[in-house]
Write a protein that binds this ligand. Structure first.
Ligand code: TEU
Length: 535
């Protein structure tokens, strides 16, 4: 056996089930649909699928509000379908990672239904309750989707805390019975053959709302070590936490190589660079490339040998990267490939969000076509604050979570081949030009480029082991770095802009991958040109 855990060599693919593939024509993706696309994923070369939540849920936040952790929502299929997915994926060497939402449940979970009946109910203390008077919440903490984070329940004469929608009451991690119930549920899934877990908003587990401590509460890492011991008992699980507040020092705890907490965390320091300092994601700003390089360098260096990075540019909460940091017009193909190379050259485990491998783009819809609770909440709030409709729509087009949630574009057929019915969210009208059918097997496609990058990572240990060094730190257009072991070195050179520029790193060596075919232009980097050299 290798001395490295499998996930250090793995590439993980995120499926957003609602938007992936609809097998029964109801306009919603489902588990049989995912099974029907496993061969596609196998061909891409990925090792594991992170499934956004498919548990039973009233879908107030598209499944991030779970009403039964041990059942599948009928819109996605049945437990038998889930077992079939695990088995069919396994046949193809693909593991399934489930998305555990443990900071809160749905208000329709039987625990909460019982909890809100009486203060004496044993489940009451599974949630966070505070006394008070109706209309006067315990403090001014706000829900991430707008409005107070406290909701009054007359039956018990108390407020409950909800960081997200009021249909997402926060679980009380102080309660050991509550924690044990979650751990038993996790072991039950691992026994069914689940390969790992993604932990939604893991940094909120130790919150103390009374002191307005939400992230990084004092007991957070105790809880995680306990969870590691009592829940993650199966062998070879991969665990990844979502931690918006992580710094490298904190991430070293989460991803300590001694395995005492998690395998790795998603951190977001690079993701929040293109917004106004002190503002929200909706307050748009251009990407400062020099700063992006500093942030990535810091994470690469500070976790080297002492932790592990997850590498991502997209997920179900973020816009499409080619529209965000590339050019989704003239240089869509080149810039999508450049961003892929930039990411895949780094140390860590890369994640691909569905459609990223096709260079899918942001949707630019009129307001009535958006479905996301966060987007609609922000629209309401900013309207009330007097922002213009035009400004709000500009922010939505750039940053709405629905940008990533438009249905997967499989073919040039009606609805991009996603459904024979009416899709729950409109398909991006560019599906005749951007779809999987067209790209699989085309040597110049974005899909094939991802395939190549995955293959390169699998055959060259320097991708896993090489130490990072940033080159040309102050250059305004080029992101370049090396990765070095005592046996090999990678040089990655990316032109981040849509113009041809001088290449100060010109070399006579032959690139092992490049996003342009044919001869290079001596001494120059073409628009968005990206090359990787192996020496
Ligand atoms: O997201 C965590 C989170 O903090 C989000 O509010 C995030 O800031 C926002 O989506 C960025 O625009 C996780 C899930 O990934 C998200 O889909 C859920 O809505 C949220 O938790 C609640 O479970």
């Amino acid at each position: 056996m290798s001395r490295h855990p499998w996930w250090k060599d793995a590439v993980i693919y995120q499926v957003y089930p609602r938007s992936f593939c609809d097998s029964n024509g109801d306009g919603l993706g489902d588990i049989p649909g995912i099974i029907s696309k496993l061969d596609y994923l196998k061909e891409l070369g990925i090792d594991a699928i992170w499934l956004s939540p498919v548990f039973k849920s009233p879908q107030d936040d598209n499944g991030y509000d779970i009403s039964d952790y041990q059942d599948i929502d009928p819109m996605f299929g049945t437990l038998a379908d889930m077992d079939a997915l695990i088995q069919e994926a396994k046949k193809r060497g693909i593991r399934i990672i489930m998305d555990l939402v443990l900071s809160h449940s749905s208000d329709e979970h039987r625990w909460f239904q019982a909890a809100k009946q009486s203060r004496d109910d044993p489940y009451h203390d599974f949630y966070i309750w505070r006394d008070g008077e109706p209309g006067t919440p315990p403090n001014d903490l706000q829900s991430a989707f707008g409005g107070s984070a406290w909701e009054w329940v007359p039956e018990v004469g108390q407020f409950y805390f909800h960081r997200f929608s009021k249909k997402q009451p926060d679980l009380n991690w102080e309660n050991p019975k509550m924690r044990r119930a979650l751990y038993a549920m996790i072991r039950w899934w691992a026994d069914r053959g689940i390969g790992g877990f993604r932990l939604d908003v893991v940094d909120l587990f130790g919150k103390i709302p009374d002191q307005k401590i939400l992230e990084n509460g004092p007991k957070l890492h105790d809880y995680l070590r306990e969870m590691r011991r009592e829940a993650f008992t199966a062998e070879n699980l991969v665990t990844v936490g979502e931690a918006w507040s992580a710094t490298p020092a904190i991430a070293r705890k989460y991803s300590n190589p001694d395995g005492s907490e998690l395998s790795m965390v998603f951190q977001f320091e690079h993701i929040v660079l293109d917004q106004q300092p002190g503002g929200e994601k909706w307050d748009l700003a251009p990407l400062p490339l020099v700063q992006l390089k500093q942030v990535i360098r810091r994470w690469q260096k500070e976790l080297e040998g002492t932790g592990w990075n997850s590498l991502f540019l997209e997920n179900h909460d973020l816009p499409r990267i080619v529209s965000r940091w590339g050019d989704d017009g003239r240089y869509r193909v080149e810039s999508a490939k450049m961003l892929a190379m930039l990411l895949f050259g780094l140390q860590g485990t890369p994640y691909i969000y569905q459609g990223q491998e096709l260079g899918m783009t942001n949707a630019r819809y009129p307001l009535e076509d958006y479905r996301d609770i966060e987007t609609l909440g922000m629209h309401r709030q900013r309207k009330a604050l007097g922002h213009s409709e035009e400004d709000i729509l500009r922010s939505i087009h750039a940053k709405s979570r629905d940008n990533a949630r438009t249905p997967m574009q499989w073919s040039g057929e009606k609805n991009g081949g996603f459904t024979t019915g009416t899709p729950w969210l409109k398909v991006n009208p560019n599906y005749p030009q951007i779809n999987a059918e067209q790209q699989v097997g085309d040597p110049d496609s974005i899909f094939t480029f991802y395939q190549t990058l995955i293959r390169l990572r699998k055959t060259n240990p320097v991708f896993r082991d090489g130490t990072f060094r940033l080159l040309l730190a102050d250059h305004e257009d080029i992101f370049a770095y090396t990765r070095t072991t005592d046996r090999a070195q990678l040089l990655i050179v990316c032109n981040f802009h849509g113009k041809q520029i001088e290449n100060p790193l010109e070399t006579a060596e032959k690139a092992i991958a490049c996003n342009y075919s044919g001869e290079s232009v001596p001494g120059k980097l073409r628009p968005y040109e990206a090359r990787v050299y192996l020496r």
